[in-house]
Design a protein around this ligand. Structure first.
Ligand code: ADP
Ligand code: MG
Length: 484
């Protein structure tokens, strides 16, 4: 395909990237490839039929308007399915698509099957690559899984205090066929590496055991496939395909909260796999016990294996990540002082940290001069303002309950048993120290307590910190969790 077309496509992708959340972009747009533009219609290839259908019903308008703003002469788009290819999964062993090769130009819907794509010269098909051989031996999860991002490997994952447990567990699962803990449940706030670790597991596992059936997909995609199977009265094959998997990973499970029938199906799949000693890995934005809108029996079963929490990053980890990323672009000169400044100031999550560094790299490339601290402050003004770390009372309550192994509801209850009363005081204490909230507001958030109760808790914990070294350690640990 012409380079003009390719450039246009990458600008369309840039637009979409800025419109959507990173995970949406990575799941739905990054795996696409442009096949051709003709008669004002852009033909776009998706790696699976389910992706095509989902794109058509959910994102077609947005893609169409992104094209129109980029090039008004493109007034329509259509999708085709090329199974077994993904731009997000290019590797050197792959071949350019040829007629009758491993990939199939599927077009069951008829209309989306664009006949013109059949007779193009090789050069026009450059953008689409298929995995070598029909056996799907290269890195990707099987047909109904989502494509993997090749940048998300164990090598590119920087390990620190906040993620070492999750990392070690991920490695253990990736390197073994035997099941040690089932399920592995990873949880953290956004942008802290859950998806990265899951892709790394899939990659490493398939590299070591190419014959294994590994499937990675988001809970959203799981639900979509389930609903589709109901619509087409094909739930049998839905069940069969999920139950024949050796390693199943479902990302962002919180998505199926309050979705009863999907939960039900997920639970059956989950139980079937665990009963047959197949490995299951789940990620979510909170711990199993805190998953609201998920049935109790599911929640409790989710916690049966290993629950690994990724905490917010600390300074060392942030600096490590920045150094690793900066090393990948040796042609751009970024001083240690600038990296240190970013590590100190951009504390929200790794995604933002990467974003900040990328902006500085882009800036340096444009002006062709080394980056100074003053420049950094100027370029990242908005981001830095937004990154004054804000811990919420809700987050404090959840983390503290987790840490002391009590239920959030008990922490907020009026129970006075010591094993809940002390953690409650600790949580109030941290709420006072780490947020700007007033005593009455804090009291209200703790089950409608009086401000004097909060005041008392703060005083009591201040005293205990001096006399009770165990408690002092607990608090230091918790403070680290909140990145302070
Ligand atoms: P989550 O799924 O928890 O929201 P992601 O896995 O998508 O987060 O991570 C967001 C971005 O931060 C990704 O680009 C990822 O590569 C990067 N990232 C997160 N943690 C690390 C880490 N420890 N080392 C290197 N990169 C990381
Ligand atoms: Mg994610």
């Amino acid at each position: 395909m012409g380079t003009g077309m390719e450039a246009e496509w990458s600008r369309v992708l840039d637009r979409l990237r800025s419109e959507f959340d990173g995970s949406v972009f990575n799941s739905w747009f990054k795996p696409l490839a442009l096949v051709n533009i003709e008669d004002g219609c852009a033909v776009i290839a998706a790696p699976t039929r389910f992706m095509r259908t989902w794109l058509e019903s959910n994102y077609a308008d947005r893609i169409r308007s992104a094209w129109k703003s980029e090039n008004p002469s493109v007034s329509d788009i259509s999708f085709i399915v090329l199974s077994g290819f993904s731009t997000a999964n290019q590797n050197s062993g792959s071949e350019v698509l040829t007629e009758g090769g491993g990939a199939s130009l599927a077009g069951p819907g008829g209309k989306a099957h664009h006949p013109a794509t059949k007779n193009q010269p090789q050069a026009q098909k450059r953008a689409i690559e298929v995995r070598s051989g029909p056996e799907n031996t290269s890195k990707s999860t099987s047909e109904f899984g989502a494509p993997l991002d090749p940048r998300f490997t164990f090598d590119s994952f920087v390990v620190g205090k906040s993620n070492e447990l999750a990392y070690a567990a991920a490695r253990r699962v990736a390197e073994n066929k035997e099941v040690h803990f089932n399920p592995l449940f990873l949880h953290s706030g956004v942008g802290l590496g859950k998806t990265h670790l899951m892709h790394a597991i899939a990659c490493a596992h398939l590299e070591k055991f190419p014959e294994r059936r590994v499937v990675y997909l988001s809970a959203e995609q799981f639900m979509y496939q389930f609903i589709t199977s109901i619509r087409y009265k094909d739930t049998m094959s839905f069940k069969q395909k999920f139950r024949s998997v050796d390693l199943l990973m479902i990302d962002d499970l919180q998505f199926i909260a309050n979705k009863q029938s999907t939960q039900e199906e997920f639970f059956h799949t989950f139980n079937a796999l665990i009963d047959h000693s197949r490995q299951v890995i789940i990620s979510a934005d909170r711990s199993p016990t805190d998953m609201e809108g998920i049935e109790e029996r599911i929640r409790s079963r989710l916690g049966w294996g290993l629950v690994a929490d990724i905490y917010p990053t600390d300074y060392e980890l942030r600096l490590g990540i920045l150094q690793q990323k900066a090393n990948k672009v040796p042609e751009v000169d970024i001083s240690l002082a600038v990296l240190e400044f970013l590590a100190r100031r951009v504390t929200s999550n790794v995604r933002e940290l990467e974003g900040a560094l990328n902006r500085m790299i882009a800036h340096a490339t444009l002006i062709g001069r080394p980056i100074t601290l003053e420049m950094t402050q100027e370029v990242l003004k908005d981001l830095l303002r937004a990154n004054v770390r804000r811990v919420s009372i809700d987050e404090i309550q959840r983390r503290v309950a987790d840490y002391f192994n009590i239920r959030l509801s008990d922490l907020l209850s009026s129970r006075r048993a010591r094993q809940v009363a002390r953690p409650r005081q600790v949580a109030m204490y941290l709420a006072k120290k780490l947020t700007a909230k007033s005593l009455p507001v804090i009291g209200r958030e703790f089950g409608g307590r009086d401000h004097t109760t909060v005041m008392h808790a703060v005083k009591r914990i201040d005293e205990l910190r001096l006399s009770d070294s165990g408690l002092e350690e607990d608090i230091q640990h918790l403070e680290r969790i909140f990145g302070t």
